[in-house]
Design a protein around this ligand. Structure first.
Ligand code: ADP
Length: 265
């Protein structure tokens, strides 16, 4: 089994205030996945980020922060708005995949996961396993979920990856984003950023700030933290650049692709 994450940064214009899909990237990625599935059928789970669909409304409604009791109805409506926005992105993605004859089935986190203080504490994956056995490709994405402490919170695609991989023990975990992998600082703002083939500790980062200010789920640092939890369990993952044509195909086919392996070893 392979768990593949497609970053919100490639699928949408993440810095944008408007919810916009990038149709060209989406189509290309869908066809790379199709080519790989045709070449070597495999069990596959797709996780995608929320990008510009999820982050601005999550920030607007301050989901995941403490609030007063009288604000509850308003927060609950904000929760609904975010859930609906990310569902729209998921619909675009599933539509593009179905056009490529990929048997995708959306399983929203808000429908079966709950959290405590922003960490997943309940997630029954039996349905995932059943769909996988029947040859479906389950698709899950960054979403809002009920939280026992905070009432509501956002769960990033990266935390979902961590939870799924921990419980389903895939052979491979691949994360496609819009940079080649992990650098010692943000390569988009620092020309002198140094690339890591392998990354094993947050101490190697010069700056520990998030990425874009619209990302309420932690950006690259949040991503690496989740992958380091996995590395602690002995599960390696690899961050690659999904904007580079054929990288997703090659990674799915076990071919050599530039990227950063996150492992403790
Ligand atoms: P995605 O939405 O694809 O999951 P994120 O936006 O969460 O990805 O994270 C990717 C972004 O992280 C890149 O666009 C890059 O600008 C930024 N970034 C910040 N710090 C780093 C770093 N040290 N190494 C690599 N990328 C970084």
């Amino acid at each position: 089994m392979i768990i593949l994450k497609i970053g919100g940064s490639i699928l949408t214009n993440k810095d944008s205030k408007i919810s916009e899909v990038n149709p060209t990237s989406l189509k290309r990625i869908a066809s790379e996945i199709k080519n790989s599935m045709e070449n070597s059928p495999k069990q596959l789970i797709i996780v995608h980020g929320a990008g510009s669909f999820g982050h601005p409304p999550a920030k607007k409604h301050k989901i995941g922060e403490k609030f007063n009791k009288n604000e509850y109805p308003q927060k609950r409506l904000g929760f609904c708005e975010i859930q609906n926005e990310v569902k729209k992105l998921n619909m675009h993605i599933c539509e593009a995949f179905i056009k490529e004859n990929l048997p995708v089935i959306a399983i929203p986190a808000s429908s079966f996961i709950t959290a405590t203080n922003k960490r997943i504490t309940q997630a029954n994956l039996d349905l995932f396993k059943k769909y996988l056995q029947k040859g479906f490709i389950p698709v899950i994405y960054g979403d809002v979920v009920l939280d026992d402490e905070l009432e509501f919170c956002v769960i990033s695609g990266d935390q979902l990856i961590q939870n799924l991989a921990m419980n389903l023990k895939p052979e491979k975990v691949i994360l496609g984003t819009d940079v080649d992998g992990v650098y010692n600082k943000n390569p988009k703002t620092h020309e002198d950023a140094l690339f890591f083939d392998k990354f094993s500790s947050l101490k190697d980062l010069d700056t520990l700030e998030g990425t874009t200010n619209v990302d309420v789920t932690g950006g690259m640092v949040g991503k690496i933290k989740e992958l380091l939890y996995l590395a602690d369990l002995g599960i390696e993952s690899k961050i690659i650049n999904a904007e580079v044509k054929d990288n997703i195909y090659k990674a799915l086919e076990d071919k050599d692709v530039k990227g950063t392996i996150i492992s403790r070893g």
